[in-house]
Design a protein around this ligand. Structure first.
Ligand code: BG6
Ligand code: MG
Length: 218
């Protein structure tokens, strides 16, 4: 029986993954490195530092970057990203999120946020969903996706085993993380990108039917 649902944030609860892309694209442009949405697909769910390393490698510039320079570039990207999300309001929550949260609460299924983003607590506040969330994983304390740690950390917080948990993700690295945590994986978005997910839906709203089946068997 499922007791905990662990939601990714960017691209699952709200469309901030596009803002991450815009901020990385601006930084890459500055560095003279060309990235596009297809390249960005591989960055989804990946930590800030690892994303930057992949961009620098892609532009053959990793070798000439000192640790200080990497730190400076990470700050530049994050400052830009923070500007982009400054105006986020509850209206930016994806359709269906509140209905899913209410359904889970009604059935005593806990809700955690398992995002790779250090900005997740800020967004949870801005989106007005704090009262629904029982636990937020701190990604600075564990290995990033596609390692399973973010999902295992949430399960451990509630003293649950993996079979009691599901993970909801829009990123390839995220689905891989859920699968290697031994949890059921729900993919949101492109079925081809999410082909390793146990279930895939075009949108968060469409996944409501899955959460209904969860509560029917209770
Ligand atoms: C993930 C995003 O949720 O968080 C990635 O999909 C992002 O694109 C990662 O790089 C880290 O986010 P932040 O906000 O800590 O830079
Ligand atoms: Mg995501």
């Amino acid at each position: 029986m499922i007791k905990l649902a662990i939601f990714d944030m960017d691209g699952v609860l709200t469309e901030t993954s596009h803002y991450h892309y815009l901020a990385w694209k601006a930084l890459a442009d500055d560095l003279g490195i060309v990235i596009d949405e297809a390249f960005n697909e591989e960055l989804k769910g990946v930590s800030r530092k690892e994303s930057l390393i992949r961009i620098l490698e892609h532009g053959n510039q990793l070798n000439k970057c000192s640790e200080d320079e990497i730190g400076r570039l990470m700050t530049q990207k994050n400052d830009h990203y923070r500007q982009l999300i400054e105006a986020v309001t509850p209206n930016d929550l994806f359709e269906g999120v509140i209905e899913i949260f209410q359904l889970l609460k009604k059935n005593n299924i806990r809700i955690a946020v398992g995002s790779a983003s250090r900005n997740a607590p800020f967004l949870i506040e801005r989106l007005g969903i704090k009262s629904y969330i029982d636990y937020v994983v701190d990604p600075s304390q564990v290995r990033g996706k596609p390692e399973p740690d973010i999902f295992l950390d949430a399960a451990a917080f509630f003293n649950l085993s993996s079979e009691d948990c599901i993970g909801i993700e829009d990123a390839k690295a995220g689905v891989e993380a859920i699968n290697s945590a031994g949890m059921l994986s729900i993919g949101i978005g492109d079925a081809e990108v999410l082909k390793d997910a146990d279930y895939a839906y075009n949108s968060t709203k469409d996944s409501y039917s899955y959460f209904e089946t969860l509560t029917l068997v209770r």
